[in-house]
Ligand binder design. Structure first.
Ligand code: M6R
Length: 611
């Protein structure tokens, strides 16, 4: 999704901007651009469709001490050079913008009447013309931005420069994350700290309504009421170590294989001899868990699928659990029972719908807010009463893999902590807790074992590469695993994939089954195996081609129409985590055969910071 970087320094900042844009590429984008005030004091604008390297090629002759840059993920207007940011007005002012301006049409109308020419189809262009309009009426750059944001409805993170005042960048935030990176006699703005890894360790996070006046040596921040405010100076822990491919062809493959380490680190310090420890979850964790009698979980995409798996655990442990997609939750009325803990799950911690759902929930009477998140320096982590970090390490591939399995591990630990309260057990737990803790400890080696299926999965993937559609089936907690498997396949291979609870097949989707429709199923050896087998027979009876990841003791074997890959026996609680691995590998290898852009699939973004 769109990314922003801006810099003001005593050195040439073009390479800083280009490097920052490359670091923001993981978010997903379709075009990029920069605007630099050059050595003659002129506003030099360069933009291009496609990758940042294409922009870099047309920027070798541009130098200056002040500039802003952007990666754009199209919302208003197709991916095209004229729609790429920065946008300029009268060659005086340039703006980069993340977010969506909802009243852009009325502003556009009035600006047309004032004689401003429009060169793009974006909602952003009205911002730059409005700032220019206020400057033409005598406002300085800071005042012009202040006046402009007062006239905007919608979400924005803004970076603004003007050739009339080359000593500052103005930054503004409302609903779209923006921070100020602090260097030595140089300062930066960015939509996330990963853009600034080589140039700034210290940073300040702008809050909604803030406007910052940033020079090379000073940062003055004004809040919504235009009163000067201080924002805390934080120290970033991000480093470059996690951003190399380490010999893998794709980040997704690297991240699939990193799951043993990611899970080990997520468990690190959180397990006692026979129990899940509560203190490592945070100072206030005990108090928050004590107050939680039921759970509401909100998330999007893969994180939502993790929540759907966790619902089976919570309810099996006697804790009522409701799960909802953030974009739906935001736009309906809610009845909140006393003692309901509001949980958000997000890899990035920046997903706008999830963040907005959390803000809305704060006024609705939940006992507390808890976030399960992989990004320590994220908006969701900062806004929640308690954050439990999944220590997956940075995830760069757009398709979420290690974030998902570490979310599941974290959710299982959370479920155990609440189970003790629901069942009135001691802190040392009971037989079931001991059993789960043992299984969690051995999870990394079980994951390693599942990764060992890769060669067989490569062979299996050949049956999918020329298909248009696929069905995924699962039952119980493995139904959301099937949903996650289908999501992976569709997002990186562009094959239409749908998941069904296997018992639903006969209520409609069975009509789709024929020899051209591969049907993927996950078949752990649990109490639903018999039911699942009957559902698989329904597919076979219609000439369907089955691809089954089945427990070695399931009694499901390969024949002419059924390809079976056997999975080692696994404990019921952690089985959903293990059965995720072959589905991730399948989607990766199908996409590899299809030659898609696996780490940056078309139309998608890593961090979804718009509605
Ligand atoms: O960062 P989040 O976990 O909040 O992101 C939510 C979804 O956008 C994300 O999981 C998305 O569905 C992934 N691309 C799926 O692989």
């Amino acid at each position: 999704m769109c990314g922003i970087i801006g810099a003001i320094a005593n050195r040439d900042i073009t390479s800083v901007l280009i490097d920052g844009l490359k670091r923001l590429e993981y978010r997903g984008y379709d075009s990029a651009g920069l605007a630099v005030i050059d050595s003659d004091g002129e506003l030099d604008l360069r933009r291009s469709v496609g990758r940042v390297v294409a922009l870099e090629k047309i920027c070798s002759d541009i130098h200056g001490h002040l500039g802003i840059a952007h990666t754009r993920w199209a919302t208003h207007g197709r991916p095209a050079e004229n729609n790429a940011h920065p946008h300029t007005s009268s060659h005086q002012v340039a703006v980069v913008h993340n977010g969506i301006i909802e009243n852009h049409e009325s502003l556009r109308q009035s600006q047309k009447e004032m004689g401003f020419p429009f060169s793009s189809e974006t909602d952003t262009e009205v911002i730059v013309h409005q700032i220019d309009h206020h400057m033409q009426n005598g406002a300085d750059l800071l005042c012009a931005v202040q006046n402009t944001v007062d006239e905007l409805n919608g979400a924005y993170g803004l970076g603004v420069v003007s050739k009339q005042d080359t000593s500052r960048i103005i930054a503004a935030r409302n609903g779209s994350p923006l921070l100020i990176g602090l260097g030595e006699d140089e300062n930066f703005i960015a939509s996330d700290m990963s853009a600034l890894i080589p140039v700034a360790k210290q940073y300040m996070v702008l809050e909604d309504g803030d406007i910052a006046d940033v020079t090379g040596t000073t940062v003055d921040i004004y809040d919504r009421d235009r009163k000067p405010v201080q924002r805390k100076v934080l120290v970033s822990s991000l480093s470059d170590d996690e951003t190399s491919l380490d010999g893998y062809a794709h980040f997704m493959k690297k991240e699939i294989h990193e799951q043993t380490r990611a899970i080990t680190e997520t468990l690190e310090g959180r397990l006692g001899a026979n129990s899940v420890l509560e203190i490592p979850f945070g100072e206030n964790a005990k108090e928050i868990f004590d107050a939680a009698r039921e759970i509401k979980i909100i998330a999007c995409g893969t994180s939502y699928n993790a929540a759907c798996v966790a619902r089976y655990w919570f309810e099996e442990f006697g804790i009522r659990c409701d799960v909802e997609i953030a974009s739906e939750y935001r736009y309906r009325k809610h009845v909140v029972n006393d003692g309901t803990l509001f949980v958000t799950i997000s890899q990035s911690g920046e997903t706008l719908d999830t963040m907005a759902a959390l803000e809305m929930a704060k006024g609705l009477g939940y006992s507390n807010t808890l976030c399960i998140c992989n990004a320590p320096e994220s908006s969701l982590a900062r806004a929640s009463d308690l954050t439990i970090f999944t220590h997956a390490g940075r995830e760069i591939g757009v398709a979420s893999t290690k974030a998902f399995t570490t979310q599941l591990v974290t959710l299982l630990m959370l479920a155990i902590c609440l189970r003790r309260r629901a069942l009135n057990l001691s802190a040392e737990g009971d037989k079931i807790e001991h059993e789960i803790v043992l299984e969690l400890r051995s999870l990394p080696s079980q994951i390693e074992h599942a990764l060992g299926l890769e060669d067989d999965i490569i062979a299996m993937s050949k049956h999918f590469a020329d298909r248009q559609h696929t069905l995924f089936l699962g039952r119980g907690a493995h139904y959301p695993i099937a949903v996650e498997g289908a999501l992976k396949l569709k997002e990186i291979s562009y094959i239409h994939a749908e998941a069904y609870a296997a018992g639903e097949l006969k209520h409609g989707p069975l009509a789709l089954v024929d020899a051209d429709m591969p049907v993927v199923a996950v078949a752990p050896n649990n109490e639903l195996l018999g039911k699942l087998k009957s559902n698989l027979e329904e597919v076979r009876a219609r000439g369907g081609r089955l691809f089954v990841f089945a427990d070695i003791d399931s009694g499901i074997h390969s024949d002419d129409d059924t390809h079976v890959l056997h999975v080692a026996p696994v404990n019921n609680y952690i089985a959903p985590i293990i059965y995720t691995i072959p589905l991730q590998l399948l989607s990766y290898h199908v996409a590899l055969l299809k030659g898609t852009d696996i780490d940056k699939p078309r139309n998608l973004a890593k961090s979804v910071t718009v509605e």
